[in-house]
Design a protein around this ligand. Structure first.
Ligand SMILES: NC(=O)c1ccc[n+]([C@@H]2O[C@H](COP(=O)([O-])OP(=O)(O)OC[C@H]3O[C@@H](n4cnc5c(N)ncnc54)[C@H](OP(=O)(O)O)[C@@H]3O)[C@@H](O)[C@H]2O)c1
Length: 156
């Protein structure tokens, strides 16, 4: 089973200049707690944007190239999805934009930190039809003036 996890702006903003836009401590903590012990799948641009491999998680990188320091490289994404979609294990899709877009049709859960801001961005979360999901608010939070809500969408 695939679960997407992302922090998104009101305008679906995800990132800019191959970096994160939102630096929210509680969101980083939520991300770490939620994904620790699981497989995490990311695109090569997101991989190279990280300061280091994500600890206590199997780091799977989608790329046409072999990524030596990754735990695994996936070059045939369709094959990877077909082989893993029915596993009971929760596999986290952690970005970026191109990877979210390709996994969205197959993801059972979307853990979105919905940030009450519309910053400038060059990578965006794909549009999706919220009528096809149950929406559960996990928690509201704020960092100074910046408000955000942790939401879990589950496909109906
Ligand atoms: N807000 C958030 O929660 C969040 C989370 C993660 C990332 N981000 C942001 O998102 C941005 C990066 O997103 P992005 O869309 O530019 O890049 P990305 O999705 O991280 O990586 C794109 C790369 O993945 C590989 N790839 C994608 N589809 C593939 C396929 N079907 N087969 C083989 N390889 C494939 C290609 O790598 P090769 O070119 O190596 O072949 C492609 O260049 C950054 O700004 C990052 O900070 C935000």
């Amino acid at each position: 089973m695939f679960s997407i996890i992302a922090a998104v702006g009101k305008n679906n903003a995800l990132g800019k200049n191959n970096d994160l836009i939102f630096h929210i401590k509680e969101d980083m903590d939520f991300f770490r707690k939620t994904t620790t012990g699981h497989k995490v799948v990311m695109g090569s641009r997101t991989w190279y944007s990280l300061p280091a491999k994500l600890k206590n998680r199997e780091n799977i990188v989608v790329s046409e190239e072999i990524i030596p320091k990754a735990d695994k490289t996936v070059s045939d994404l369709k094959d990877y999805i077909a082989k893993n979609i029915d596993t009971p294990e929760e596999i986290f899709i952690i970005g970026g934009g191109s990877i979210y877009a390709q996994f969205l049709p197959y993801a059972k859960h979307l853990y979105l930190t919905e940030v009450d801001d519309s910053p400038k961005a060059d990578v965006f979360f794909p549009e999706f039809d919220r009528r096809n999901y149950r929406r559960k608010t996990i928690k509201h939070g704020n960092q100074g003036e910046l408000k955000y809500t942790f939401v879990k969408y589950t496909k109906k």
